[in-house]
Design a protein around this ligand. Structure first.
Ligand code: NAD
Ligand code: WQD
Length: 340
């Protein structure tokens, strides 16, 4: 059984990926500092897979602790690196926190890869690296635009760090550029648990429907889109998780000749904010209280993925619909709030 380190494995995308890795027969060890997750997630994962993953509470910002961890775990064959801070607004307010947490942790992990001959690395990147695209759908070779936030900048710099490291070592890495992950596991054992007021659309919708928020603010209906609201590519988190298993298989089987690759992970379909709202109401039967407000500064108008490279090279395609994802998010919200 190959042992895979999943950093940030108790977080939203990491936890769903751990389940898929276990389903595929990998031995998983999770490290997480619990800065944006809780130990309950371990129980959720175990309830689904019936196998408790190994877990260590570790803060990857502490280089000596990271080294000590690898000294004790020299049988790790691959790393999937989710651990990072991800709130765009917070990164504007506190850039050094973001540069420290998102860049130092990556560098320390890559140094251990060099030290212990670990050659397989998967990195969580983001469609934020494209900024406002020149054409749609976005392909992987589209220009990476000047970052609009320190968070986005950390993803751009991380990709550069990975590419440069791969070019001078035996490391093979894949950066996966996620579009907008939504949804929860069908068992409702794990899902997204945003701390405080959600910044992202779907958790705000489900919390509004659950009565935690008075109303959803739709940020703008005067964009040059069909209904005037912004367009995004919403992808089910379980589809996203499965792509990691496929990418890992590709790296471990050494079937690829390139040291560093980038893939878009999206559905290829753009949906407007108002479409998401309507779809939520239709799928769940819940009436959503919302109002149109001013645009949110920094929002791009329209972003959705060209998924051809992931389809052709990885053989991966999103399977779940947006309706599936919204329904699972709603079921998860109800469970978390003790409704029904
Ligand atoms: P998340 O916050 O739910 O998960 C991240 C996990 O990493 C958390 O459990 C947190 O406690 C842990 N962590 C953070 N800093 C750490 C540190 N220094 N040491 C150890 N653990 C640490 O976020 P997520 O939505 O699952 O995102 C996972 C990755 O995907 C991140 O790199 C994020 O930037 C990227 N990403 C997320 C989205 C999204 O919309 N959710 C989109 C694109 C990319
Ligand atoms: C989606 C749409 C909002 C909340 C962010 C990060 C990006 C990536 C994914 C990590 C937009 C609108 C939202 C609300 C609204 N994360 N909206 N009312 O902005 O596409 O991307 O998460 O890499 O880097 O920037 O996602 O969910 O915040 O917004 O109208 O209360 O919903 O304006 O059009 P976004 P989001």
């Amino acid at each position: 059984m190959k042992k895979i380190l999943v950093t940030g494995g108790l977080g939203y995308i990491g936890s769903h990926t751990v389940v898929e890795l276990q389903n595929a027969g990998y031995q998983v060890i999770i490290v997480d500092n619990l800065s944006n997750s809780s130990l309950d997630v371990l129980e959720g994962i175990t309830n689904i897979s019936k196998t408790p993953p190994a877990f260590e509470r570790l803060d990857l910002r502490y280089k000596a602790d990271v080294s000590e961890f690898f000294k004790r775990n020299q049988d790790i064959e691959g790393i999937i690196h989710f651990a990072a801070s991800k709130a765009v607004g917070e990164s504007v307010a506190n850039p050094l926190l973001y540069y420290e947490n998102n860049l130092n942790t990556l560098i320390y992990l890559l140094q251990e890869c060099n030290a212990y001959g670990i050659e397989t690395f998967i990195f969580s990147s983001s469609c934020t690296v494209y900024g406002e695209p020149d054409s749609l759908p976005i392909t992987e070779d589209a220009a990476v635009k000047e970052a609009t936030s320190p968070y986005g900048n950390t993803k751009q710099i991380s990709e550069e760090i990975l590419k440069d490291t791969c070019s001078i070592s035996t490391l093979k890495a894949i950066a996966l550029r996620y579009f907008n992950p939504i949804g929860a596991h069908e068992t409702v054992e794990i899902g997204e648990l945003p701390a405080g007021v959600p910044q992202n659309l779907v958790p705000f919708i489900t919390q509004t429907a659950a009565g935690l928020r008075k109303e959803l603010s739709v940020y703008g209906d005067d964009y040059p889109t069909e209904d005037g609201s912004c367009i995004r590519d919403y992808i089910h988190v379980v589809d996203l998780a499965k792509a990691h298993v496929i990418a890992l298989g590709r790296l471990l089987s050494k079937t690829n000749n390139s040291n560093y690759e980038v893939f878009n992970l999206g559905t290829g379909r753009g949906s407007s904010v108002l479409e998401v709202v309507n779809s939520f109401e239709k799928t769940t039967g819940e009436k959503l209280n919302y109002k149109i407000v001013d645009r949110r500064p920094g929002d791009v108008i329209s972003v959705y993925a060209d998924t051809k490279k992931a389809n052709d090279v990885l053989g991966w395609k999103a399977q779940e619909t947006m309706e599936d994802a919204l329904l699972s998010s709603w079921k998860w919200e109800k469970k978390v709030r003790g409704m029904q």
